[in-house]
Write a protein that binds this ligand. Structure first.
Ligand SMILES: Nc1nc2c(ncn2[C@@H]2O[C@H](COP(=O)(O)OP(=O)(O)OP(=O)(O)O)[C@@H](O)[C@H]2O)c(=O)[nH]1
Length: 344
């Protein structure tokens, strides 16, 4: 490349007169630019799409379609991008200039083109182009940062589960969907038993570790795409099971208890063997009067009962069934929606 301040560009040169093209092309190539040439508007648009040049030098007066037409078409192919288009014209009227800019052109060069003016304009376009690229890059970075901030804002840092804020959003969505589709929705409040004792005996850091492990287990237990495990706060978790009936919820809870037993997290307090959890279940096909608060308060009441009955169990508000007494076992173990075993 010759000694100048322009970086090499890929330039699409469109002019129906071969002699003009030859002069300009030679001038541009002497400065190290790569030149793509064509003599008509239609093939110019095709080349523009195929080769994505860095800049376009576009004759205005051409047979068939003129340069303004080509500029319009080029702009249509890059709604979010911007490639500099400089018109080459023998016309000097204000009206022509305005029409060209209106059609998507950025500047005008009047024939015969002065090499000094040509390179000055190319440099100016390059500057604008690189600023625009930086802006696009910054915008992309900003979008990525926003997306990760958004993800962080709904994540509980200790367990990695969805936090209360994320839960509120999902609860609202699932409640609306269940109401609309007339499908059951199960909400469980899961609380670690005797956790104050755990902390008091093993210390808060060890307590955190225990919560992390339980959070992981709950997350892994929620296998269906719309199932959700969330940290409700403190040592309390929420499990949301869309499309899951009373019987399905009991089946899920029993499975969870089994996994907890297999995990056998030791409880550090004297007289205690393993960490257990209790759960309150609320299942309903929501109607117009069902709210997030009413679901949570029924699950909370059921959790209170589970605790009072001796902990290490799940209790269902609507059926008053207890996972440890076998009340709900009479053939109601199909978690799938629409089962004939549903109890509503
Ligand atoms: N380590 C740790 N402890 C927490 C966290 N959040 C809440 N806790 C503790 O969890 C304990 C909950 O105690 P309680 O509400 O009395 O419940 P519990 O001791 O589990 O008793 P039951 O629920 O009746 O079985 C309190 O000591 C809280 O300080 C946390 O993020 N990390």
């Amino acid at each position: 490349m010759a000694a100048n301040t322009e970086a090499a560009l890929k330039i699409l040169l469109v002019d129906d007169q071969q002699s003009h093209r030859m002069v300009l092309s030679a001038e541009l190539q002497a400065r190290g630019h790569q030149v793509l040439e064509t003599d008509n508007a239609e093939s110019a648009v095709r080349l523009f799409v195929q080769c994505r040049p860095d800049a376009v030098l576009l004759d205005v007066e051409m047979p068939e379609h003129n340069g303004h037409w080509a500029a319009r078409k080029m702009r249509e192919t890059e709604p979010e991008g911007w490639t500099p288009i400089i018109f080459l014209s023998g016309l000097v009227g204000d009206g022509d200039l305005a029409t060209g800019i209106e059609a998507g052109g950025d500047d005008y060069l009047f024939k015969p083109v002065s090499p000094v003016v040509l390179h000055a304009k190319l440099r100016a376009m390059q500057r604008l182009c690189s600023q625009q690229r930086q802006l696009v890059q910054l915008t992309d970075q900003l979008k990525a940062s926003n997306a990760s901030l958004q993800a962080l804002s709904v994540r509980d840092p200790l367990t990695g589960l969805t936090n209360r804020r994320g839960l509120d959003v999902r609860l609202d969505e699932e409640l609306r969907a269940a109401r609309r589709d007339k499908q059951p929705l199960t909400l469980m409040l899961v609380d670690v038993d005797n956790f104050k004792l755990y902390n008091d005996t093993a210390g808060h850091l060890q307590g955190d570790q225990c919560l992390r492990r339980i959070g992981q287990l709950l997350g892994e237990t929620c296998r269906r795409p719309r199932d959700l495990a969330a940290r409700f706060g403190g040592e309390e978790f929420v499990i949301l099971l869309p499309g899951t009936s009373h019987s399905g919820a009991m089946l899920f809870a029993k499975g969870l208890q089994k996994t907890m037993r297999q995990l056998a997290l030791p409880h550090p307090a004297e007289g205690k063997r393993c960490v257990t959890v209790s759960g309150g279940i609320s299942t309903c096909v929501p109607d117009g009067s069902t709210t997030i608060e009413s679901l949570l308060s029924r699950a909370d009441a059921a959790l209170y009962t589970a605790k009072s009955l001796g902990r290490d169990r799940f209790f269902c508000f609507e059926t008053q069934a207890d996972t440890n007494t076998g009340h709900a076992e009479a053939g109601h173990y199909d978690r799938d929606q629409g089962s004939s075993a549903e109890m509503f």
